[in-house]
Design a protein around this ligand. Sequence first.
Ligand code: BTN
Length: 319
Amino acid sequence: MYEDVIRELADGNRHSVESLDLDESQVPRLTAYMDELGIEYSLGGGVLQIVGSLELLQANRMRAYMDERARDLLQEIEIHWSIDSTNTYLLQKTATQKCHGEVSIAEQQTQGRGRRGKNWVSPFGKNLYMSIAWRMPTSGESVDGLSLAVGVGVVRGLVACGVEGAQLKWPNDLLVDGSKLGGILIEVSNPKLEVVDVIVGVGINLQMPVDSGRTIDQNWTDMTRVTGIRISRNLVAAKLLDNLLVMLSTFPEMGFKSYRREWQGYDAFKDMAVEVHIGNETVAGIGKGVDDRGALCLQTETGIRHFIGGEASLRVLAT
Ligand code: BTN
């Protein structure tokens, strides 16, 4: 509904209601819809204008920003105006067809999902919500290690966009100065004898509206706050794809061990007092990085304990 009109208005120029092919009764419905999406506009004298323009997602721009190696690995970029969740979409799609190298990105998610059953706040046109479907051999490297390697790939992509000081909170939360900049949700679908479809979901806060931010239950930040500039969402998507597609294609041979040292360099909780929560168990200790499989190493009173990702969560203890 009104998607085409909003696409036309996205340039931020003045458009007469007449040129938009709208009759008088449609204007209040359009503006109510823009209010609902959080799009700022001005309306007067039969002229409608989006305040400060709106950068919509465009597959051709992303492709143009991507490097050649990643472009060759890409099957398709599908852009959704509004969807429940890009991960759910690809999970459903892989159930009936092969989607190796397929990317799904949305302007808005109505039921964005985070780790451990949490909701992922996904307002329209502001942040990045992207999932990649990739078919992996079942033998060899585990998905736990892959999930940490994805964290490294995302940090590399953010660095390419000018983000400094990004850190990883095991297993793969993205933090800057202790506040959440983004998150990663890896899911598997369709396990067969030899291959499994992995869905890599990445959510990055670029320009989180303050109202939406109020509904997030932890400290958060976004790329605009961190860098002081408004970075193109199409560029961020491209730089993440550059790193993630190449990482996914080489992971079966390279494994997490080739990313371990870099992961440890981004470790937000290295040598800090933390608690790991897993099921009903809480284990306190000092963070000692990760092992070759991507398991968290915790120095406890009884020695080093190793925790595999899954449903475990980590909390820093007050210092
Ligand atoms: C986390 O809890 O930190 C993980 C958040 C993952 C959010 C992304 S947004 C794109 C993809 N679709 C979803 O529903 N979730 C992931």
